[in-house]
Design a protein. Structure first.
Lengths: 276, 312
């Protein structure tokens, strides 16, 4: 059951001109977050911007004893609401509803977990990485961006012992090209007897490519979809994606907020998504 | 203090109804809202069969409002009765079913089926959705069409019949009269205003359906005016709506002539809005020494303004 909280901003860590990490004091909400879940953030006190914005929970913030104190979101300034969030100062209070949505299911050993992130799609993977590490699953982060300086927060994953594979489109850091290239190479090289599950979040073409690669190599793949959301609770039907409900079932408009944001990639009709 | 209101034969515990299309089938909100504490729950519009609706993008935010073109995605009347109505009944919700049709026969058929179902309190006739081409709004934009569909449904149901009017007409009061003449128990208004938003970089419409319906606080003053006009035109109860975000807005609609109100878009913004509205109504009644909330309906005092107008 989601918590409605007026959360105080405790830090706004600027990563670049358009990216920032915003931390909130919200122990009740943070205590119940599962990996890959999201929150709905009201970016203004008034009526403009009107609607809340969905954000993956980026980090769960804990004290020395491991008690949840709050959480952070990974924000990219792209419009009116996200711009307000990029300028938010410590002490400001924002209304936040969550946690919401279907979480990732972390795999257990002996399976490995490969997380594939593109750009702002890094957001749901810190919580997943923590859950994977906690159960002893070996985790790898494949992380791509246009330029080296747009690869943020890699240290959070290194600190957890996650293996890192980077790629940039301009070749300034890691592999030159798209992140799906090293992913494909590793999928090819991996013996079928060694189980691995893929988790992808990023631009639609990247997730589509991951879904295709996973299918071609007989691996399971979950994707975390980001759709325009009105309410986050299943009321407005704005965040739908064409998805199959089961084996052989015809695809239909499925609400990302309550049946996702995490979906089995093989259920998604990729051609129906924006960005294609 | 008495918050209850009457909509024809229907008694509501308070005037706050969740608006159709903004509250799913009600059950989605059962975790965050006590459905029995609402005056009513108007569920998402139902056709006879399931519908997929329009492809995304289906909503776009606008100043103090939003456009939507969902296209009435829905599970159809049969699945609603089998899969959603039992839980709504169990949670003691006052269920107002919003019904749709592409033809007159479909409205009648859906109404007939729901009249036999247990746990339906009233039927709201959707003759005003701007987002579907066939049926629906073609009835709502024609006086004979409005009369025809209301009469036809009236004939086949014992349930209160509440046509939901579109604001996309020149004279909404004449449509209120047509509904009243045809035997409607009440009317609800307004549905959304047909509107459009364009991405100037791509020069493409922001909605897949090109146009959509504008809702939210941006439309409230127009909706209040329309409720006021309808109050002067008909005797039947009016359910007012359009951008209600605070108790003052509920009161404004009621004073203009609404017997009850629906809250739609703001439920997306704040699913806990209901308690805040009730608290605000309570404070207002205390401040003004009002015992029965229903006593304020239609009490807008225009006398001083009219006098000033005449003497100027």
């Amino acid at each position: 059951m989601p918590v409605d909280t007026d959360a105080a901003v405790i830090a706004n860590r600027r990563l670049s001109s358009d990216y920032n990490v915003l931390s909130f004091d919200a122990p009740d909400l943070a205590a119940t977050v599962r990996p890959g879940q999201f929150v709905m953030v009201k970016t203004s006190r008034g009526l403009d911007p009107l609607l809340r914005r969905p954000f993956s929970v980026f980090e769960v913030l804990r004290d020395a004893d491991g008690r949840a104190l709050g959480f952070s979101i990974f924000n990219k300034s792209i419009g009116a609401g996200t711009r307000l969030l990029s300028e938010m100062e410590s002490g400001a209070r924002l209304n936040i509803l969550g946690p919401l949505g279907r979480p990732f299911e972390p795999v257990d050993p002996p399976a490995d977990a490969w997380m594939i992130a593109g750009g702002v799609g890094l957001a749901p993977f810190v919580t997943l990485a923590e859950a994977l590490v906690a159960r002893g699953t070996r985790a790898t982060l494949f992380y791509g961006a246009r330029r080296g300086e747009e690869l943020y927060c890699v240290g959070l994953f290194e600190a957890l012992g996650v293996r890192i594979v980077l790629a940039t489109e301009d070749g300034s850091r890691g592999v030159h090209g798209r992140i799906t290239a090293p992913l494909e190479e590793e999928l090819r090289a991996r013996p079928l007897g060694q189980p691995v599950k893929l988790y992808a979040c990023g631009p639609t073409p990247m997730m589509h490519a991951c879904a295709d690669l996973a299918r071609a190599h007989g691996r399971a793949c979950d994707v975390s979809l980001e759709q325009v959301m009105g309410c986050g609770l299943g009321g407005c039907y704005s965040c739908v994606v064409m998805a199959r409900t089961g084996e052989g079932a015809p695809p239909h408009h499925t609400r990302t907020c309550i049946e996702g944001p995490v979906f089995d990639a093989s259920r998604i009709v990729w051609g129906s998504l924006a960005g294609h | 203090m008495d918050f209850s209101v009457s909509i024809g034969p229907l008694r509501l515990v308070n005037p706050l109804i969740a608006a159709s299309g903004c509250f799913g089938y009600g059950v989605e909100y059962a975790d965050v809202v006590d459905l029995a504490s609402l005056g009513g729950v108007a569920v998402k519009g139902l056709f006879l069969a399931e519908r997929e609706g329009h492809p995304p993008p289906r909503i776009v935010e606008t100043p103090a409002g939003m456009l939507n073109a969902i296209g009435l995605q829905g599970i159809g009347v049969h699945r609603f009765i089998a899969e959603r109505l039992p839980e709504l009944r169990e949670r003691r919700a006052t269920v107002i079913v919003n019904i749709c049709g592409t033809t007159l026969d479909e409205y009648v058929e859906v109404a007939r089926i729901l009249s036999d179902a247990e746990g339906v309190a009233a039927l709201e006739l959707n003759i005003s959705c701007p987002n579907i081409k066939e049926g629906g709004i073609t009835f709502g934009c024609s006086l004979p069409g409005t009369h025809q569909v209301v009469s036809a449904v009236r004939e086949v149901t014992h349930l209160p019949v509440i046509p939901k009017l579109t604001p996309n007409v020149t004279d909404v009061a004449s449509f209120a009269r047509a509904a009243e003449d045809a035997g409607a128990d009440a009317i609800s208004l307004v549905n959304t205003f047909l509107a459009m938003a364009i991405d100037v970089d791509t020069r493409r419409p922001k909605l897949s359906n090109i146009v959509g319906g504008l809702s939210g606080p941006a439309i409230r003053p127009i909706a209040v005016r329309m409720v006021y006009e309808c109050r002067r035109a008909v005797k039947i109860p009016i359910i007012g709506m359009g951008g209600i975000a605070a108790a003052e807005d509920v009161l404004e609609f009621m004073i203009a002539g609404a017997n009850a109100v629906q809250v739609g878009t703001m439920n997306f913004v704040d699913p806990f809005v209901w308690n805040k509205l009730l608290t605000g109504l309570h404070a207002y009644m205390t401040r003004h020494g009002i015992e029965r909330l229903a006593d304020i309906v239609g009490t807008v005092d225009t006398s001083a303004r009219e006098k000033a107008w005449i003497s100027s």
